[in-house]
Design a protein. Structure first.
Length: 194
């Protein structure tokens, strides 16, 4: 564990327990903390990954990190930081490199009971209800979800898929991961509904 870090990275193992507050979902980190964590992440990835430039050039990777850093000009929550950094690890094209939020974030999210109430399957650019875990029994398995909170199904799939790493340019694995973690990834990417 490296003090001062916000995320768990399985490739590098960075983790910072969230401080006790009303909810770790609301805890904000200063731009200085965020940028320091991003620098540790970048330095570690570039130093330790054996083939970081296999699928993307040095310029592409450097630019992606620079763009993420510029977006850290105000305090962010761990999930907002995750949204900026998770796509960066995917540039390595290595399924064994990934970023995870701390368990305290997952526990807080599950405790809010505001997670997407359906298990889904992603088929192409469509989201299909696999099982209904909501109180609304009129939504049957096989129902196609056209949009979620104003975002088209294809937009949601793209946004969630980039949060995962896969070997090379494999998009199927990323979609399977988005499918399996849909209920949690949706609010991490778009915010928790009220």
């Amino acid at each position: 564990m490296i003090p001062g870090t916000i995320l768990t990275v399985s490739f590098i193992m960075l983790c910072r327990p969230c401080a006790a507050q009303d909810s770790p979902l609301n805890k904000k980190f200063s731009p200085a903390q965020l940028k320091a964590d991003l620098q540790v992440f970048s330095d570690s990835l570039l130093l330790l990954h054996p083939a970081i430039y296999r699928y993307h050039s040095k310029d592409v990777i450097r630019h992606a990190f620079d763009v993420a850093k510029r977006k850290m000009d105000s305090p962010l929550t761990a999930t907002e930081f995750y949204n900026l950094t998770a796509p960066l690890i995917g540039l390595a094209g290595d399924v064994h490199s990934s970023i995870e939020l701390p368990a305290s974030i997952h526990q807080a999210a599950a405790g809010q009971a505001l997670l997407f109430p359906f298990d889904v399957r992603i088929i192409g650019d469509e989201i299909i209800v696999a099982s209904n875990n909501s109180a609304d029994s009129t939504i049957n398995p096989g129902t196609r979800i056209l949009s979620v909170n104003g975002q088209s199904a294809s937009q949601v799939i793209r946004r969630l898929s980039v949060m995962f790493s896969s070997d090379g340019t494999n998009t199927t694995f990323k979609k399977r991961m988005a499918e399996q973690r849909f209920a949690f990834q949706l609010p991490y990417a778009y915010g928790f509904p009220t």
